[in-house]
Design a protein around this ligand. Structure first.
Ligand code: FAD
Length: 388
């Protein structure tokens, strides 16, 4: 590729990865970008739209709260939206009562029916945890040395079983060494420096990012490697195992699905209520109108969320990243690096990671810089730097 021509790039996927990359490319390079999106809307899994009956802004693929410690990303997103003030709080609904999450002094006092101070609660939890486990071998043991039996059994064991489709004993300990417990009354779910919900929803942000004369979006179009014949480069933000026709096997994901209903009034008084016991079988209920406390809606739109194993026909949501999955992914990655020169892989599905929106945006900006810098040579970056 010469540095004087006007490039033509194709991108698969109109989520945050594809949209931010497209915008960075057209801003910093003489080029045209065509985005191919297989769904009938932009926004990827962050897609939001208003429900006609209630007027509520609905997070169509699960609740999304924007939170970040990366100031550059917070500034970036503000070019394209106004962020509303929002503090995410979650409750656990159990047969023993309703408890606060994430686990904090409220939770401890509620569950044990006590009035402990922070210092007393620290002492108390030390006595509750299982001190016979020195080196936790699975997620159950991590929980038992962090919060003790009662909190583990009430809030973690069954919820995790429903979410991941297996008992915490079967989940690796490597994910976290200890579960965090707050010894204060802070119910704020996020610890990030910047938190908010876009006033006009996420799809509106993506629309604004894509609003550039050199960007075209084609909906209902599945992108494949054939595009490299017509375009100088293809950036693929879809599932990498599907791209290679599952030649090294299918990567493990959990998928989620929802049963939706309209309620007259306020259904649960909070945006997220987790159900942390085996009964009922759903994991949580999302009441979308609480994500926009600056709006007033008489009616309410709620989603009951269920979790299940992903088949080839389901939307992949949460990467399981078990040992065998990581072996498969490394096969795909190694193969791509070996054979591809006109295709790069970006985003949560192509790199098989759980990525929050802020990391997704940051990575797309960084990757565009790396790609543009590579135009002076004949070697393109195939994957982003995956240290995030
Ligand atoms: C339930 C849930 C809740 C979440 N909550 C939060 C949250 O609170 N805060 C947060 O920061 N992050 C959250 N996230 C993460 C967030 O969804 C991701 O960071 C973000 O969606 C990643 O964007 P992406 O563009 O990489 O992927 P996606 O949004 O998945 O976009 C990929 C797009 O590519 C399209 N596509 C795939 N293959 C092809 C193809 N061959 N041709 C054309 N198009 C194709 C898909 O249709 C899709 O639109 C959550 C994720 C989930 C699953």
């Amino acid at each position: 590729m010469s540095n004087h021509k006007k490039y033509k790039f194709a991108i698969a996927g109109a989520g945050f990865s594809g949209a931010v990359l497209a915008r960075e490319l057209v801003t910093n390079l003489p080029c045209e970008v065509v985005i191919f999106e297989e769904r009938n809307h932009i926004g990827g899994n962050c897609h939001t739209s208003r429900d006609k009956e209630s007027g509520v802004m609905v997070h169509r693929y699960g609740p999304h709260i924007f939170n970040t410690n990366i100031e550059e990303v917070w500034d970036y997103i503000h070019q394209f939206c106004k962020m509303g003030t929002y503090i995410h709080q979650v409750k656990a609904n159990t047969s023993k009562g309703i408890f606060s999450l994430p686990i904090n002094l409220n939770t401890i006092n509620e569950i044990y029916n006590k009035r402990l101070t922070p210092e007393e609660a620290k002492e108390f939890i030390l006595q509750e945890i299982d001190s016979t486990i020195e080196d936790p071998k699975n997620f159950e043991e991590v929980a038992l040395i962090s919060v003790g039996k009662l909190i583990y059994e009430t809030l973690i064991r069954d919820y995790s079983t429903k979410q991941w489709g297996c008992h915490p004993k079967e989940l690796p300990a490597e994910v976290v060494k200890r579960l965090p417990v707050r010894f204060n009354y802070n119910n704020n779910y996020h610890k990030s420096k910047f938190v908010g919900i876009p006033e006009n929803g996420y799809t509106n942000i993506i629309e604004n990012i894509l609003n550039h004369p050199n960007i075209t979006v084609k909906l209902n179009c599945i992108a494949s490697r054939n595009l490299t014949e017509e375009f100088d480069h293809l950036f693929y933000c879809g599932p990498i195992d599907k791209f290679y026709n599952y030649k090294f096997g299918q990567l493990g994901y959990r998928t989620v699905f929802w049963k939706e209903f309209i309620h007259n009034g306020d259904y649960q008084g909070i945006s997220q209520m987790n159900y942390t016991e085996m009964n009922p079988e759903y994991t949580r209920i999302i009441e979308h109108k609480h994500f926009t406390p600056w709006e007033n809606h008489e009616k309410s739109f709620c989603s009951i969320e269920y979790s299940k194993e992903t088949t080839k026909d389901d939307i992949p949501y949460y990467p399981k990243r078990l040992k065998e999955d990581l072996v498969k992914f490394n096969n795909y990655k190694g193969h791509a690096i070996e054979v591809e020169s006109k295709i790069s892989f970006l985003g949560r599905l192509a790199t098989y990671r759980y990525l929050d929106m802020d990391k997704t945006i940051f990575e797309a900006i960084q990757f565009s810089k790396e790609f543009i810098a590579s135009l002076g040579s004949n070697k393109r970056p195939i994957f982003p730097n995956q240290d995030l």
